[in-house]
Design a protein around this ligand. Structure first.
Ligand SMILES: *Cc1c(COP(=O)(O)O)cnc(C)c1O
Length: 281
């Protein structure tokens, strides 16, 4: 997020009679794990009396890990934060969670008292805290895992995932047939680049050819069943995306991933060449 553009927009809105009510910052974007300048956004919101929410669905929990992006410290200033224990807290699907600084805000927003609901003072009345009343006990699996791993266990596991992601980025950067896109938190993006193509095409034509090739590669990898990567679009380019959020992932898995991606890429290249015998790419 461009904080200068944000503040300018909020001030323009105010001046024209509109009332900005909330800003949502991102602590770990879906595609690349990018973290917004959360402390600066928090300051801009506080100065204008605007609610500051952070989408930390994936990356929020990395804040506690040494070596995490410094901007994550801005989470402490948020009015509300969304986190998904089913992502980097390793809980089985699904367990979404919203944390609010002042729980009374939830009561003020959601509480209502129809005559057919009367739970009394002794129980936590979820009807007053959100849109959902009847609900399963999702919190149990999150609580149990915390009991088992503890905060230190989580710090260890999340830190390991980030370290593995950086190792993958290094392996990709060192490989002649792969091109590194981004590495942030535990997400590494990259693409397969055949040697031949590099020499023949440049600029936009090269990017479009690589987009097509990597789309085909993504599809083949996902159907193949050996490894699973998703994709990210970064600066208009299609990249393969490896997001490590499993504490069972090891260095050997990353070595295998690189080998499988390159071998599959070569196979697709060969097929393309066989199908178009007169084309050189
Ligand atoms: C996964 C994700 C979401 C969506 O969350 P779900 O609860 O899994 O549907 C929203 N924002 C970010 C940044 C995410 O990574």
């Amino acid at each position: 997020m461009d904080v200068e553009a944000l503040t300018a927009q909020m001030d323009r809105d105010r001046a024209s009679g509109d009332a900005p009510v909330m800003v949502v910052g991102t602590a770990g974007s879906v595609g690349t794990g990018a973290v917004d300048p959360l402390p600066a956004i928090a300051a801009a919101c506080r100065a204008r009396g605007v609610w500051f929410h952070v989408d930390g669905a994936y990356g929020g929990v990395a804040a506690q890990v040494p070596g995490a992006p410094a901007d994550l410290v801005g989470l402490v200033e948020a009015d509300s934060v969304a986190v998904d224990p089913h992502k980097w807290l390793y809980a089985p699907l699904e367990a979404g969670c919203v944390l609010v600084r002042d729980p009374e805000n939830l009561r003020a927003a959601f509480a209502y008292h129809p005559p057919y609901y009367r739970f009394g003072e002794h129980a936590t009345d979820f009807l007053e805290l959100g849109p959902q009343n009847s609900r399963g006990f999702r919190a149990l699996k999150v609580w149990l895992a915390f009991k088992q791993a503890g905060a230190s266990g989580y710090r260890q596991m999340i830190g390991d995932d980030m370290r593995l992601s950086r190792m993958l980025a290094a392996a990709v950067a060192a490989h002649p047939s792969l091109e590194l896109g981004t590495q942030q938190l535990s997400i590494t993006t990259f693409r397969y680049v055949p040697d031949e193509l590099c020499g023949e095409l440049t600029g936009e034509a090269r990017d479009r050819a690589l987009d097509l090739l990597n789309h085909a590669l993504l599809d083949r990898l996902q159907r193949g069943g050996e490894t699973f990567v998703s994709h990210a679009v970064v600066g208009g380019r299609t990249l393969l995306r490896a997001c490590i959020v499993n504490f069972h992932t090891t260095e050997a898995d990353l070595t295998a991933l690189v080998e499988i991606v390159v071998a599959t890429g070569r196979r697709i290249e060969a097929e393309l060449r066989a199908r178009r015998p007169h084309a050189t790419h």
